[in-house]
Design a protein around this ligand. Structure first.
Ligand code: KG4
Ligand code: ZN
Length: 354
């Protein structure tokens, strides 16, 4: 089965082709530079950028892979959750392609696609436990199969990636700062008592990062010299000040890692028969998160499955792969399926050929 994937849920425009579960081509256009001027994603600008670049990306992909459109069996598109205007660009493009070609279209849950993405390179066994840590979501799922995800826990306020980005912003780091918190924090050891590990003294599998954000904001307010000037990153700066800043970042990163470790450990304790732990989403690129999840997996003797770094953040390869997994089971949508904005549950309203 040859599946086309289309991703436009936030600020990355992507198209990819997956044949029988393997990636054969991919194009990605990031809008980071455009949004960096505003310190965060501006939804209307994001939609306009998708509209501008998507057709050319699609054409370039088809040419580069030397395929005829008639060879495609499914058109998979991220239908949500995400920015509504951005999603509408991808969903409408997918529907137009389907209408013009009679190839069946399939709306894919962007969050599930993140968690299935390691399947492009390794064998996934189910049931598995999935931790999705991205800019908009922090979810723990029991994944019974590529078509059956049970939500076990979620953030009650900010997502893990949001906490990283906001910490970076408090220090005037350029957008998107999550990766920089990781990079600069790695230069120092954490002070493990600097911030309390949030929302662990309970029995549930939910998360809360807003208290930690307040602790970081208070710390920065009390130590305003930590803020960098003019959004210019310190280069090879070896001073007490940068060391103090990096210790704070390392401590923040440690604290997020501990929260994730406690809740994922609890989920592994509560769920029997789990064959692997999958960790995905932008924050799965974080070095501390990768390390603590490896510890967690080894404590419960389950293999840890991580996407390669390039597949952690948004991309169309994961959408094409999720489309392939569902498409080969016979699922598709008719042309009336909706785009689902952030905050609403993405329905499993596929139709079936079988
Ligand atoms: O999955 P993703 O690309 O987009 C969403 O679906 O939200 O995740 C983006 C998030 C951003 O918040 C970004 O700062 C964060 O992932 N991120 C990181 C790292 N790389 C990306 N956060 C911490 N450490 C990293 N190395
Ligand atoms: Zn994402």
């Amino acid at each position: 089965m040859l599946c086309l994937g289309i991703e436009t849920s936030c600020d990355e425009t992507g198209v990819a082709l997956v044949r029988d579960g393997r990636l054969i081509g991919e194009k990605l256009a990031t809008q980071i530079d455009v949004h960096a001027l505003f310190g965060g994603v501006v939804p209307e600008i994001a939609s306009r950028e998708h509209l501008k670049v998507l057709p050319a990306l699609f054409r370039a992909l088809i040419e580069e892979c030397s395929i005829e459109f008639s060879e495609i069996d499914r058109i998979a598109v991220a239908r949500g959750p995400g920015l509504l205007g951005s999603l509408l660009v991808g969903v409408n493009f997918a529907k137009a392609l389907s209408l013009a070609s009679n190839v069946k279209v399939l709306g894919v849950n962007h969050l599930w696609a993140h968690l299935l993405s390691p399947g492009l390179e390794q064998n996934l066994e189910f049931p598995s436990l999935g931790l999705l840590v991205s800019g908009g979501h922090t979810h723990i799922y029991r994944i019974n199969s590529p078509e059956s995800f049970e939500l076990l826990g979620r953030t009650l306020d900010d997502a893990a990636g949001e906490a990283f980005d906001k910490t970076a912003k408090l220090l005037n780091f350029p957008y998107p700062g999550g990766r920089l918190v990781d990079e600069f924090g790695a230069k120092e050891k954490p002070d493990k008592r600097m911030f309390p590990v949030p929302y662990i003294h309970n029995e549930n599998l939910d998360f809360s990062f807003s208290g930690l954000k307040t602790c970081v904001a208070n710390y920065v307010n009390q130590n305003p010299e930590l803020k960098i000037e003019g959004m210019v990153l310190p280069e090879n700066e070896e001073s007490d000040l940068s060391s103090k800043r990096n210790i704070m970042l390392s401590s923040f990163n440690y604290t997020v890692g501990e929260t994730l470790k406690v809740k994922v450990g609890r989920a592994l304790e509560k769920n029997s028969g789990i064959k692997s732990l999958i960790v995905a989403g932008g924050v799965a690129a974080n070095s501390v998160v990768r390390k603590v999840m490896a510890d967690c997996a080894s404590r419960f003797s389950v293999p840890l499955i991580l996407p390669p770094l390039r597949l952690c953040t948004d991309n169309a390869a994961m959408i094409a792969y999720a489309g392939y997994c569902l498409g080969k089971r016979g699922y598709y949508h008719d042309l009336s399926f909706e785009a689902i904005p952030r905050g609403r549950v993405v329905p499993t309203d596929w139709l079936s050929e079988c």
